[in-house]
Design a protein around this ligand. Structure first.
Ligand code: IP8
Length: 248
């Protein structure tokens, strides 16, 4: 059975301007989409932090680069993400989806060089047993740094390559990867296709992480679709909303 890894951006399921506030309409639409996907295949969901994780991460000075050994602060970030994860799980359960949590803090770690180690036994066995695993951006133990933030996007790349996903969806509030004029680039098959818009091949994270994201998605063996909430139902229907990133 085919496997889809779907990331729901934090800005899609939360109100980013109000601390710890779920965007009920956004979450309902996303949960409907996951329920439809789960009817015909295997699905892994990953959600971002939105107004839950990022607010606490800033308060405790933790980022993907800057770590902390303050367990109370690390827990505050993790607990906020668990509250959002509960809201996502509840919305899925209300639609009859057998969704279960997988918390990256308890499952994985980062090596000294920042690479992510994410053992997949729990996620894989849940899938085999008919569950829908729901992971989330989180704090994670990081060798030499205490704990740092792992973004949902990093989890998506690990999951999609480790589980051999057939399709990847990244739903955020941007309608796709945009060119220099602000138009959606329909297809990216090499970094050069988007290099101008993304700030050239030396760019790292200065454009909100899009350059780094495109590079990682190009390296996947599966097509990755980057789209906005308006593209969700088309993605579920097997179409290609937004930008498709397909490495050759
Ligand atoms: O929103 C970040 O996940 P993202 C999660 O996918 C936290 O970048 C804890 C801020």
């Amino acid at each position: 059975m085919s496997l889809v890894v779907l990331k729901l951006g934090g800005s899609v399921v939360t109100d980013k301007d109000e601390p710890e506030t779920v965007d009920e309409a956004g979450l309902a639409a996303a949960a409907d989409a996951v329920a439809t996907l789960a009817e015909s295949g295997r699905v892994v969901v990953v959600h971002g932090g939105g107004s839950f994780g990022h607010h606490h991460a800033a308060e405790h000075g933790v980022s993907s680069e800057t770590g902390s050994h303050d367990a109370r602060g690390v827990r505050a970030i993790h607990d906020a993400m668990k509250r959002l994860n509960d809201a996502v799980l509840d919305a899925l359960a209300d639609r009859g989806v057998a969704a279960l949590p997988v918390h990256p803090l308890s499952a994985g770690a980062r090596e000294t060089d920042g690479s992510l180690l994410l053992p997949l036994a729990a996620t894989e066995t849940m899938l085999d047993e008919g569950f829908v695993p729901v992971l989330h951006g989180d704090v994670i133990a990081h060798a030499g740094k205490g704990a740092t933030i792992v973004s949902g996007d990093d989890l998506v790349v690990s999951l999609a390559s480790g589980l051999g996903a057939d399709r990847v969806g990244l739903c955020s509030t941007v309608p796709g990867v945009l060119d220099a004029d602000g138009d959606v680039i329909p297809e990216i098959t090499a970094f050069a296709d988007a290099a101008d818009a993304l700030g050239g091949s030396d760019s790292t994270d200065v454009t909100g992480g899009m350059a780094a994201k495109v590079r990682k998605l190009l390296a996947l063996g599966a097509p990755a679709h980057v789209f906005g909430p308006e593209g969700l139902s088309a993605f579920v229907a097997g179409e290609s909303p937004g930008t498709v990133i397909r490495g050759e």
